[in-house]
Design a binder for this molecule. Sequence first.
Ligand code: FAD
Length: 336
Amino acid sequence: MEFSEYKNLWVFIETDDGKAVSGGLELLNPGAQLAHRLGQQVVAVILGKSNDEAEKTAIAYGADSVISVEDDDYEAYSTEGYTYGLVQLVEKYKPSILMIGATIIGRDLGPRLACRLKTGLTADCTELDVDTETGHVAWTRPAFGGNLMATIMCERTRPQMGTVRPGVFKKIAPDASRTAKISKERISVPEGQIRTKLIESIREAVAEMVKLEDAEIIVSGGRGLGGPEGFETVIKPLADALGGAVGASRAAVDSGWIPHVHQVGQTGKTVAPKIYIACGISGAIQHLAGMSGADCIIAVNKDPDAPIFGVADYGIVGDLYQILPAMTAEIKKLKT
Ligand code: FAD
């Protein structure tokens, strides 16, 4: 394999109903930094039925250029269809690096695509770097239950592929005045290649899903709540008063008090809100792995020695069932 034939860093821009979603957009900034250090471009790659809006968004968020494939075959995501389209593009353009957000779709697409391209993929990365001498990306991800960080390089094949955890990197402020070249491609998926068909899309379910990764304020509850009611009686009212989302520790999720979609941490979501309020959460390393990127951490815990106070900017020692209602009442008062 002649590495010199491969250049530029691609970011797969996932879309939902024609709109670019965060998981890909937030990779454009770190992608641009790596690509520019190599003297190359960050290229947004979009597959969809009608990509105008997503193309503009990707450029506003820092893409140097865009490759856009529009076809009815890409209206809804399918593993086979998207793999087919991307394989054709990679074989034509030969990117050196291909990054995908580790969303549900990205986790499905990445490994399939890597196998088709006979290259390596590092899944669920939390740090990125590049060796400017060799062009090898240093993909870093937690390993062995988060007890160590593994840095993996793809030294023998191209493109180098990785999925990156949503929420780890922050999007830059969009600049709608940016312009960039858009290359339009037409790739139809051969008849019979797509073996699954989207019959119905249930929007209500999506609307109810917690967008923890996008939330600016998160109020999280842990085992200290003592039962599921605490989420309804104290956590959600505070989150609502602040216009935030509800998170949870794994202990609360494993106890069946709240669905896994709310879990923050190593085996849950990585979040980077402006304010993270941890209530009745001890601060285990696996929980911290998902929220230590928050700008401001507030901890409420009755144990003054709880490890969460070691990372908190503000700590309140006491019973959360007394403190949270008082906070909610004060915030409501301030708003009136
Ligand atoms: P606890 O550790 O039991 O802490 C409860 C806290 O509540 C205590 O500090 C206590 O003082 C306080 N408290 C009790 N009552 C009150 C009250 N009335 N008022 C105020 N404070 C009170 N954990 C995650 O969260 N996310 C993950 O993604 C995750 N992934 C993991 C992956 C692996 C491989 C492993 C091994 C573990 C993982 N864990 C994860 C589990 C983690 O190690 C902890 O067990 C878990 O985070 C503990 O949850 P907790 O803080 O809610 O409960």
